[in-house]
Design a binder for this molecule. Structure first.
Ligand code: SF4
Length: 344
């Protein structure tokens, strides 16, 4: 029988496997700490476990890291993009960004993406498969080990390849470990899950005990433009209602991401509508001037247009920020991840 990657198991799964081996439950805590706090890649390194247990674990499971295929550093800022290969040869990209000693890791949740949003290079490259929870967590372990100094705070954003809501089971399992005090001990302020908008799944996650912040990729103020830009995403009103319900239930704000595209969604009317749609509701608005990529006809608005959009939006809309994406010179900015040649 093929051995499973132990990082694909939930905490309960590991406890069950340990019990089946005739071991005490508290061994689970030790194993989780080795896997995620210390990030070891071999059972033989788990030196506070007995030799027989290490052997049993080695016979039953693997610990599978991601293989680095390539990496490229931005010349303009401190972002670095990695191309990883999984054991079955699938390729994914992840990005680490640093600004003033603060680290943010942009994670992928799928190999490619089936949603084909018009402004996104990942979507244009098609879809291969969901990432396992172990493959999602392996991205975090890699950056912790190679980039983030010990005891330094960092944030995780699920904004790389794929839509986390389409891989709910594996993303939830990864979030459980990211939240766990024995795992990564990251709370809701340190993790953002970004989705094109699937109202039912947002509600499912809102009702769970998993800790994370929610971001919704909105990008339109009319259903017509949303359909044109994001044909497979949930309807505008329902998606915003789900985002509002999430924020209310968790006493927080849901971020609405709005990629500004010249002549598509950057008019004065769009700004007025967006202001009206969000005023007095528990949202934050994050404007992202479109990052152009080869083969896409969409264009970034001029700086004057962006400024005017903000001026109209600001007075009534809640908490408006503009994201000047890092890594645009290495195709690592929002919507630019592609992992050319996903499988070899
Ligand atoms: S924007 Fe997100 S959901 Fe849309 S195609 Fe790209 S990765 Fe998929």
């Amino acid at each position: 029988m093929e051995k499973r990657n132990i990082r694909d198991l939930s905490i309960d799964d590991i406890t069950e496997a340990i019990s089946a081996m005739g071991e005490k439950r508290h061994k689970t805590t030790q194993i989780i700490k080795w896997l995620y706090q210390k990030g070891v890649d071999s059972f033989s390194d788990m030196t506070n476990l007995s030799l027989p247990l290490r052997k049993k674990l080695d016979e039953a499971f693997t610990i599978t890291p991601l293989k680095v295929v390539n990496s490229v550093s931005s010349k303009r800022d401190k972002s670095q993009k990695y191309l990883f290969s999984t054991t079955d040869g699938a390729r994914i990209e992840s990005v680490i960004m640093e600004a003033r000693g603060h680290y943010t890791v942009c994670l992928s949740s799928q190999v490619g993406c089936p949603l084909a949003c018009a402004f996104c290079s990942t979507g244009a490259g098609g879809f291969d498969r969901n990432l396992t929870s172990g493959e999602i967590l392996a991205q975090v372990i890699f950056f912790k080990r190679n980039h983030i100094p010990p005891r330094t705070r960092y944030n995780l954003v699920f904004m790389g390849m794929g839509d986390p809501m389409l891989n709910l089971e594996n993303v939830s399992r990864a979030l459980e470990i990211l939240n766990s005090l024995d795992g990564f001990a990251l709370g809701e302020k340190r993790i953002t899950v970004s989705t094109a908008g699937f109202p039912d799944r947002i509600k499912t996650l809102a009702a769970s005990s998993l800790k994370f912040g929610l971001a919704i990729s909105l990008n339109a103020t009319t259903e017509e433009v949303r359909r044109a830009l994001m044909p497979a995403a949930g309807p505008l009103d329902e998606t915003m209602a789900a985002g509002e319900a999430f924020a209310t239930r968790r006493q927080t704000r849901t971020t609405l991401e709005y990629v500004l595209i010249a002549g598509v969604n950057d008019s004065r009317d769009d700004a007025r509508r967006l202001s009206k749609m969000t005023s007095g509701r528990p949202f934050k608005i994050n404007l992202i001037p479109f990052n152009e990529w080869p083969g896409c006809d969409l264009r970034r608005p001029s700086e004057e247009r962006i400024e005017e959009f903000i001026r109209i939006l600001m007075p009534k809309a809640p908490a408006v920020t503009v994201r000047r994406s890092q890594g645009s010179d290495i195709s690592a900015a929002c919507g630019q991840l592609r992992a050319n040649g996903r499988r070899r």
